[in-house]
Design a protein around this ligand. Structure first.
Ligand code: GDP
Length: 456
């Protein structure tokens, strides 16, 4: 395989920059371009060593650097690798990259280092995918779940299930060779028990995707209310919260903005924040129906009313539209003399979740977070003892595996020849193999790694 090189640090001004190289010729290239202060033969340099010296081109010192040596197989990719720590910024790092390229390395594709780690068997596909999750994490929970997957927790659950299947499959192998004989009762029971147990485990994993998706994508939340109810004040109160980690993410259409906020570990994806921020007359133009339309596939609707005024027709319209939705009703402007009460049946008929707040004074916002956390059972997610599926590709494979478990169980119940049952059972193994990457096409692999950043 070629020797690849890439800048691994993010572009821009920073203290250090890292240029990473991996492949057979790494050490030859580094010998040509790097002059250590204390020269040493490459054979004498142990893996995990850092040497200090200069990158030199045509006898000119390009930069003062540290070079780390990793010797195959003990490296990220399992190949010989070097990492050059240079000064950061836009010029030096790029120049060192060019020098590596001139001396025989080729530019790495996005994710190619991790792809090599996978192709060389150091990590499986689910672990490789978790690398991107860790890098892209928007909340601590998401990062933690990614790190656990990287450590192989999901791989272990999958391989245990596969082993459970294999153990039984091996036992009936003899019977498969003579399908004209019936499956002995003992073995039939063994098969049934195994399928039942595997079914339970897979369904648990499949269900974990609800939480996994929420952690990864955030609770899709829409704030709605008529003009002047206090939507943008609430939005500001949320976004300016000290403990909030705010990440702007692109909305699905050009004129929507979505903001990802994590407060007290609660991941919220606020949709259509652009709609909230446009000038007042624009809001009126957009109209309430449009705003509820944008909120229609939200996981949570926060409907906000001005509690210092009697409900207007627009408010009543909103109440009508949020019936049967997952909704929290906020009675805003609690600092003013209130006309609307929490126990007003026009609210309580829709939801028990009615809260008084003052968006302006940031009062009652904590209660809102508490309510959301309880509503989505966020405190019950324990990442220490639970493996969460966060990746739709994995979820799809698990769903396929469950279908095949069902088919195998059906075949068994209908007393079909045992070789039919085993066909389905082998399909389950294949479905699970897609997650860990034993059974995937090159296209799938390329698609996965194309989403990586350069240098990883
Ligand atoms: P939006 O049109 O729904 O986005 O409403 P805004 O957030 O722009 O608020 C409309 C007006 O109500 C502004 O003058 C705010 O200062 C005021 N307002 C918002 N929340 C409160 C509150 O809790 N108490 C009081 N007294 N005024 C508020």
């Amino acid at each position: 395989m070629s020797t690849i090189v890439s800048i691994s640090t993010a572009p821009g001004i920073g203290g250090i920059g890292i240029i990473r190289m991996s492949g057979e010729e790494t050490f030859q290239i580094i010998e040509k371009i790097f002059k250590p202060i204390k020269p040493q033969k490459i054979e004498d340099i142990k893996g995990y060593t850092i040497k200090y010296g200069n990158i030199v081109e045509n006898d000119e010192i390009v930069d003062e650097v540290l070079v780390s040596y990793f010797k195959s197989p003990k490296s990220y990719t399992t190949e010989n690798m070097c990492e050059i720590n240079s000064h950061g910024g836009n010029v030096i790092v790029k120049r060192i990259l060019d020098i590596c390229l001139k001396n025989g390395a080729v530019l790495a594709e996005p994710g190619e280092f991790t792809k090599r780690a996978f192709l060389n068997g150091r990590i499986d596909l689910s672990q490789a995918e978790s690398v991107i999750d860790v890098i892209n994490a928007k909340s601590e929970k998401e990062a933690k779940s990614g790190i656990k997957q990287l450590q192989g927790y999901l791989s272990k659950v999958i391989s245990d299930i596969k082993q459970e299947i294999m153990d039984v499959l091996v036992n009936i192998e003899v019977t498969i060779d003579y399908p004209e004989y019936d499956l002995p009762d003992v073995q039939e029971k063994e098969l049934k028990d195994m399928l039942e147990s595997v079914h339970k485990k897979l369904v648990k994993l499949e269900k974990s995707f609800d939480n996994g998706k929420m952690i990864k994508e955030g609770i899709k939340t829409a704030i709605i209310g008529k003009p002047n109810a206090g939507k943008s004040s609430l939005l500001n109160a949320i976004l300016n919260e000290d403990r909030a980690i705010v990440t702007d993410i692109e909305g699905t259409t050009r004129d929507t903005i979505e903001e990802f906020v994590t407060i007290n570990g609660i991941p919220l994806k606020l949709v259509d924040t652009a709609g909230i921020r446009v000038a007042k007359d624009e809001v009126e133009k957009i109209g309430i129906t449009k705003s509820i339309d944008q909120a229609k596939d939200a996981d949570l609707i926060i409907a906000i009313f001005d509690s210092s005024r009697e409900l207007s027709n627009e408010d009543l319209e909103i109440l009508e539209l949020i019936k049967n939705k997952n909704v929290i009703i906020l009675l805003n402007k609690s600092d003013l003399k209130s006309i609307l009460k929490e126990n007003d049946e026009r609210f309580t008929n829709i939801t028990k979740r009615v809260l008084k707040i003052s968006a302006l004074n940031k009062e009652g916002i904590e209660n809102l977070y508490k309510m959301i956390s309880e509503m989505f059972h966020l405190n019950e997610i324990n990442l220490d003892n639970e493996v969460l599926i966060t990746n739709i590709r994995h979820k799809d494979s698990i769903s396929k595996a469950i279908e095949n478990v069902n088919k195998a169980e059906e075949a068994l119940n209908m007393k079909m020849p045992v070789d039919i049952t085993t066909i389905y059972i082998k399909e389950i193994l294949e479905d699970l193999g897609e997650i860990t990457g034993e059974v995937v096409t090159e296209d799938v692999i390329n698609e996965i790694f194309s989403k990586f950043c350069l240098g990883k």
